[in-house]
Write a protein of this length. Sequence first.
Length: 167
Amino acid sequence: MSGRSMEPTLAPGDRLVTDVLGGGSEVQRFDLVGARVEDVGVVVKRVIGMPGDTVEIRVENDRPVVVVRPSGGDADQIVDNPSWTARLAGNKDTCCTPDGKGTPEPTRVTVPSGRYWIVGDNWGASDDSRVFGFVAADRVGASLNFRILPLGEFGRVPHDVTLRPVG
């Protein structure tokens, strides 16, 4: 792992087991994935929006609030990621354009079939779907949910991200 976009969940120098995926078919919400992004290269991010979900980012009390309506659902839910607390990112704080990128005004958008919306845990220091948009499933090549180094962190990467009802 290099870079700081997944801190505090992952740190530079962490080594992860790569679970190769077949075209993103086994991806689950909140998985950490490796994805190949055009003009960027391979990135490690967390899956937030699944195909058919609607997503929106708004700012409330100087904090980012990511709202997801899961595909087929009838209620909005807030993504509760403890890592995002008070880490605003300026031009990436609201979303989304039709291709999933950040926008100056909160706008709800549906994640297209065969695509994911992925975000780093270090909200203010991550170039992610807010910058490069939705990621095609065939560009998601690996799930990265098990850490082998450092030895003191050996084991499954904690997944303390959840959905909770709005309100």
